[in-house]
Design a binder for this molecule. Sequence first.
Ligand code: ZN
Ligand code: ZN
Ligand code: ZN
Length: 244
Amino acid sequence: MDTVVAAPVCTVCGRRPVTAYRLSLRGEVTCAEHPVRAECMFCARTHDDPAPPGWRPFTAGMMRCPRCLVDAVETQREARLHLPSVRRQMTEIGLELPERVRVRIVSPQEAEAVAGPLATGVLLGLTEQLIGGEEGTRVTGISIVAGMPPTYFGRAVAHEIGHAWLALRGRAPVDDVVEEGVCELFAYAWLRRRGTPMALQLRSRLGANPDPVYGGGFRMVHQAVQRHGIATVLDRLLTTGGLR
Ligand SMILES: [Zn+2]
Ligand SMILES: [Zn+2]
Ligand SMILES: [Zn+2]
């Protein structure tokens, strides 16, 4: 069988890059000689114009490229198209929520109003919990920020389902680093299941994340899982609140 591979053309000038080029997470190319004045926060595609035509802001100072805008999850209706498969894949991974938790699409401003401003990075999702009371911890909902491509949307949902699962299973107090690490592990597992080139790129980025809480926590939990298996690690977490 013959396979014809079209030579990729640059996203800025439309020509085939002659020497070096930059690669987006989607595999698009941009000549390295174009200065970087805008960068898509999702796929890392770059542009030499600080406000390129067809690009739109996500939050202040964060841009989205036209390709990432095409299928971005902007509304509750669009979220409903993607949620069933994410929930199903999480169940296949072994993370079934004991009760249904609503996923709500919120604006970046709404999410920040609830969580407070982040020291670094951008807030993409959060799980709201009521702790204490007669019924113990209740999860009131998961909020996911509007405007992300489906892979980022699913990754955020998978991470937040992790928090909801821990809360609903009545886990002992878990250290923040361990808790975020576990939720990143669930996101990591989901990205492998999704399996698209972008998902696999995001997955290796997640593993190499320099952030001490998210990246550091992930590596700590991942190592424990490789040594003892996921069942043992989750069991310890639910009984002792830690990894041992
Ligand atoms: Zn070019
Ligand atoms: Zn993009
Ligand atoms: Zn988290």
